[in-house]
Design a protein around this ligand. Structure first.
Ligand code: GLU
Length: 280
């Protein structure tokens, strides 16, 4: 009887503490505004882009964006075990920042004037280029008219927008939520090409299950200046992140992250960009 009373009390305490955790504190604390201690920081990344942002089957996170985010979080006062990674798909990024779901986003997030209306950016920290991933035996190459081809890309990405605006307005463009969803279509021949940043495509092409099946067309269709997105108006965080990115390049951590993450995919990245310097 006594025992039962104790466990009931313990259960009640547990429920209370769980509720408190689930409800969280104020908004700022939730997405991370403290300077370390017991706080956590929520960081937006991609979950399905090998070499950049990947949630591995065991739950571990890996990729260049993950390494950049981890370095930046450390400079903001958060140890790796205080980081809570959150998936931010291409079309969700601006809203995730405006709502305060995450403190910052490192998710192959190109700095554009349109996005700058809604969010602020630190960086850039990487320069990539839009390209095409095609089957190994595809005859799509430089000079191929892509109008009339079946392309696949992601809703809310610059890649999809560039296709519609400039690259091939007449192409049949299938838009999905994530790039990995395009791969099955590419494999089956339902689409002729997956189009997005070469950094992302190289990561897919190098995956064990696709090795030898696909190739990059090597077209450099655009400049994609990757920035770290933060909530509009949070200039203090932008400044801190810019300082962190500068330090990351200076102390060799940026080079190491490049080697660790792009080496296996044999991705020839551009040199580290200067903070505030956007290549159009
Ligand atoms: N970097 C491009 C963009 O921000 C394409 C990759 C992505 O969708 O994240 O839209």
């Amino acid at each position: 009887m006594k025992l039962r009373k104790v466990s009931a009390a313990a259960a009640a305490a547990l429920v209370l503490s769980l509720t408190a955790t689930a409800c969280g504190g104020d908004d700022d604390k939730d997405s991370g505004s403290g300077s370390g201690g017991g706080d956590t920081i929520k960081v937006g990344i991609k979950y399905d882009q090998p070499g950049l942002g990947l949630k591995e089957p065991g739950g571990k996170f890996s990729g260049f964006d993950v390494d950049v985010a981890t370095y930046v979080a450390k400079e903001l006062g958060y140890e790796p075990d205080q980081i809570e990674f959150v998936e931010t798909k291409s079309a969700d990024r601006e809203n995730a920042l405006s709502r305060g779901d995450v403190k910052f986003i490192a998710a192959t997030y190109s700095i554009t004037d349109e996005r700058k209306q809604k969010v602020d950016f630190a960086g850039p920290y990487l320069l990539a280029h839009q390209d095409l991933l095609v089957k190994k035996d595809s005859d799509i190459s430089k000079g191929t008219d892509l109008n009339g081809k079946k392309l696949c890309s992601v809703t809310g990405s610059t890649s999809a927008q560039n296709v519609k605006k400039d690259i091939a307005p007449q192409a049949q463009l299938k838009q999905v939520g994530t790039y990995s969803e395009c791969l099955a279509g590419l494999q089956s021949g339902a689409v002729d090409a997956l189009t997005t940043d070469d950094s992302i495509l190289a990561g897919f092409a190098a995956q064990e299950q696709y090795r030898g099946q696909f190739k990059l067309a090597g077209l450099k269709l655009s400049n994609e200046n990757y920035g770290i997105g933060v909530k509009k108006g949070d200039t203090a965080t932008v400044d801190k992140i810019n300082a962190a990115l500068e330090k990351m390049v200076k102390d060799g951590s940026w080079d190491k992250a490049v080697k660790d993450n792009f080496g296996p995919a044999d991705y020839k990245n551009e040199p580290a960009p200067k903070i505030g310097e956007i290549k159009n």
